[in-house]
Every structure is written in structure tokens, then in C-alpha cells.
Design a protein around this ligand. Structure first.
Ligand code: UGA
Length: 433
């Protein structure tokens, strides 16, 4: 099939590459010339584990193309996927749909033959109706259906998740459109669950899932706070809970609070929708408020570790919102760092992949190091903010000899508490005394 994907971000690009690998002809369109030039010249614009090889392969085979030209992408496409951003409105926190609506308007004139317009971006319930109406207005003769096709890829694991989905949700009100997408995703038949639902249910599934996962993280973070006070160990508690198959062991890792470009945005948008429809979503409202509060509290925990040396150097390890990605948008690490920077000016940071993105946000307010050990040089405290695998294997003796005082605040519970303390470090982590 010929697939057009509008938007080449963390959803559009991995989806395009995945669909090319399934044997389709994929054309990705974006408005940013720099991005399209980079992609056409073989430079991936985001980091995703396992993406590079497939990207190069399909670029060389021309089964994956990039263009600025909407007509070129959309003409003759069987499926057009909308994968543009839906950032939160700065004031209302509602999902800002201007990019979706603009894309619908721009693609409409070029639809030819029957086309499925599938929304991959996370959009509020009812957006499909709007998109349908916009296209109809611009091109009354177009033969098309609008479908909700929510994306459940995790950043950093997007390629893996594309090929191993837990489910494929197709929110189509029309059988013809559903059949086109069933054909597109045929290679997954027998390997995963297909959920054929109406468009509004599909739009809701996406928000309800992200909000639930955010709540699960908030819950384990609250339990971690409880464990610290009560003398229990959150690792043991989480394992004990997770072995109950009704609860499940995933997303029970306590930390500095959830972040990223999805959970904060989508919980806020869901809460806003609840208010709009007059449906109480108290659990989600509380999760949002407490998660924000937590990040400020974690910043204070780091500053407390400096005690009588408020000018002491702080080494921050990890800036991305989670391990495996270079994305710093709404990263808890960045928010905690901003909290630290209110008091301290002596901060050196290190991240294996996200330094370039972080630099755009932090500028010269911090210094940058090329390794964890270089960041720790002369530091009073090392703080772990992102769960990069390499931090689990830090050479503790080397770290200690670089530092001026041996103290670690591990907000991702990456290290073995007994081991760290036995090497002479003061150690603070989450959910254990
Ligand atoms: C999330 C969902 O997991 C995806 O299914 C969804 O497709 C995506 O949003 C989206 O809507 O596009 P993502 O934002 O990539 O994916 O990141 P997650 O792996 O879910 O992590 C989100 C945040 O929660 C991170 O800050 C992470 O560190 C934190 N987290 C996650 C925890 O603190 N503890 C956990 O146990 C798990």
C-alpha cells in the first residue's frame, strides 16, 4: 500500500519505518525543511534504539521517502496518517489541535481515490468528527473515511513496540475503512489482539490508558514515600504487588515522578475533558497535582544532601525523561535541575544521549561533561535522575576518587544500596530508609 505520514516526530518516523519494513511504500511529509533535508541525506532526526539500520535500509530501497510537498505525499495514498503534535495549550492545558486541523485542511485537496485518513496523534474525544468535517469542507468530492488509530509506542522502544504491539485499536465507524486497516496490519494477525471499536471509544482508550499508567506510577511513588516513613522496602513491596497478575509488575518503578511528552500532556487533557463533560476524574486530577509537587520535593532532597556546603558541586547524571531516549521535553530531570538551580550555580551534567537537546534548554546555566566520572570531578553529591543502563554499572571506587565527598542521591534506584554504602558513600534513594 502507499502510506503518507504527516509529521516526522517520535510517532511519525518510527511508524513510517515500521510500515516500510512491512512492505509498504511510505512517504513522510513535514513542514520543517531542515528535518526533511537531514532525513533525505540519511541523518535520523531522533534517537530510537534499533532504528538506524531499518531507516538506512528503506531509504536506500526508496520504500521510505521524505518530502515537504503534501501533494506528492498524499496523492494516490491508500492511507494518510496524521502524526503531528498535540501539545498542551499553555493556559487551559487542553490538547492544542491547531496542527491536526491545519494538516487536515492541507491534505484534503490531494485525496484521490478512496483514502483512509487515520489519526495517530493523541486527540481529544470527538476530534475525528472535526477532521472529517474539515476535509469535507475543503474537498466536498473526496472519497474518504476518518479513523482513530491510536499509537501505544514508548519512546526509546518505539521500533520494538511497533513490531510487538500489545493490541491494535482501530476506531472506525465504517466497515470499508476498517477493512483497509485490517489489511495494512495483516502481518500482525494471530500475533496480537485486534480491537475494532467506534471512533470515540478508540480516542478514549488512548487517554484512559496513558492516564491509568500515570496513576499507577503515582501510586507506587506514594507507596515509596510510605515505605520510607514506615521502614518497609519499596522494591520488595512492588515485587509482592506485581506478582498478582491482576496488578501486574510493569510500571511499578518508583522515581522522581513521571514526565515526557505524553503522560503530563495527556493526563492534563483528560482532566480537562472530564471538566468539559462534567464527569469527575478525581484520581487523575490528584495524580497531576501530586506528580508536580513530587518533582519540586525531589529537588529539595538533593539540596538537603549538600547540608553545610551549599556551594558544593552537584553532578547530575541523566537529563532525558527516561532511559533510552534523547528527549528532554517535560523531563522530571530537567524540572528537578531547575529546582536545584534556584539555589545552586555549581552543577555539572552528563547524559549519554540527551546532552544536545538539554543544552538548548539549559544553555550556560550548567557545565557539561562527556562521562559520568568527568561530571563527578570535585562533586559533593552525584544525583541520578534518568535510568540509563550504564549508571547501574558505575565503577563506584572511580566515582568516589573523583568526588570531593562521597554522597549519592539515586532517584531511580539504579544502584545496590548495600554495595554503595559498603564503599563508604552516603546514599539516598527512593522508598527505603
Ligand atoms: C507513554 C506510554 O507508555 C506509551 O504506551 C504511549 O504510546 C506514549 O506514552 C504516548 O502516548 O505516545 P512514553 O512517554 O514514551 O510512553 O514513556 P513511558 O515509558 O511510559 O514513561 C513515562 C514516564 O514515566 C517517564 O518519565 C518514566 O521514567 C516514568 N516511569 C515509567 C516511572 O517513573 N516508573 C515506571 O515504572 C515507568
Amino acid at each position: 500500500m502507499k502510506i503518507a505520514i504527516i509529521g516526522t516526530g517520535y510517532v511519525g518516523l518510527p511508524t513510517g519505518i515500521g510500515l516500510a519494513e512491512l512492505g509498504n511504500e511510505v512517504v513522510c511529509v513535514d513542514k520543517i525543511e531542515e528535518k526533511i533535508n537531514a532525513l533525505n541525506s540519511g541523518k535520523a532526526t531522533i534517537y530510537e534504539d534499533g532504528m538506524e539500520e531499518l531507516f538506512q535500509k528503506h531509504l536506500a530501497k526508496k520504500s521510505l521517502r521524505f518530502t515537504l510537498d503534501m501533494k506528492n505525499a498524499v496523492s494516490g495514498a491508500d492511507v494518510v496518517m496524521l502524526a503531528v503534535g498535540t501539545p498542551p495549550h499553555p493556559v487551559t492545558k487542553e490538547a492544542d489541535l491547531r496542527y491536526i486541523y491545519a494538516a487536515a485542511e492541507e491534505l484534503a485537496p490531494y485525496l484521490d481515490g478512496y483514502t483512509v485518513v487515520a489519526t495517530k496523534s493523541t486527540v481529544p474525544v470527538g476530534t475525528g468528527d472535526e477532521v472529517e468535517a474539515i476535509i469535507r469542507k475543503v474537498n466536498p468530492a473526496a472519497d474518504y473515511d476518518v479513523v482513530s488509530l491510536p499509537e501505544f509506542l514508548r519512546e526509546g522502544f518505539a521500533i520494538h513496540d511497533f513490531f510487538h504491539p500489545d493490541r491494535i485499536v482501530i476506531g472506525a465507524n465504517v466497515k470499508k475503512a476498517r477493512d483497509v486497516l485490517l489489511k495494512l496490519y495483516e502481518p500482525f494477525q494471530g500475533k496480537t489482539e485486534f480491537l475494532l471499536v467506534n471512533r470515540k471509544s478508540s480516542e478514549t482508550i488512548k487517554y484512559a490508558s496513558n492516564a491509568f499508567l500515570a496513576m499507577k506510577i503515582h501510586y507506587i511513588n506514594e507507596m515509596a514515600d510510605f515505605c520510607e516513613k514506615a521502614g518497609a522496602d519499596i522494591r520488595e513491596v512492588a515485587r509482592g504487588m506485581g506478582l498478582d497478575s491482576r496488578i501486574g509488575g510493569k510500571f511499578l518503578n518508583p522515581g522522581p515522578g513521571y514526565g515526557g511528552s505524553c503522560f503530563p500532556k495527556d493526563t492534563n487533557a483528560m482532566a480537562q475533558m472530564g471538566r468539559k463533560y462534567g464527569a469527575e476524574l478525581n484520581l487523575i486530577e490528584t495524580t497531576i497535582a501530586k506528580n508536580d509537587e513530587r518533582k519540586a520535593r525531589m529537588g529539595q532532597r538533593v539540596l538537603d544532601m549538600l547540608r553545610d556546603h551549599p556551594d558544593g558541586r552537584i553532578a547530575v547524571l541523566g537529563l532525558a525523561f527516561k532511559g533510552g531516549t534523547d528527549d528532554c521535553r517535560d523531563s522530571p530531570a530537567m524540572e528537578i535541575l531547575n529546582e536545584i538551580l534556584k539555589t545552586s550555580r555549581n552543577v555539572c551534567v552528563y547524559d549519554p544521549k540527551a546532552a544536545d537537546n538539554a543544552r538548548k534548554m539549559l544553555g550556560s546555566r550548567v557545565s557539561y561533561a562527556e562521562t559520568a566520572y568527568a561530571a563527578a570531578e570535585g562533586a559533593e553529591v552525584v544525583v541520578i535522575l534518568t535510568e540509563w543502563e550504564e549508571f547501574r554499572h558505575l565503577d563506584l571506587d572511580r566515582l568516589k576518587s573523583a568526588m570531593s565527598r562521597a554522597a549519592i542521591v539515586d532517584l531511580r534506584n539504579m544502584l545496590d544500596a548495600e554495595e554503595v554504602r559498603s564503599r563508604g558513600f552516603e546514599y539516598s534513594c527512593i522508598g527505603m530508609r
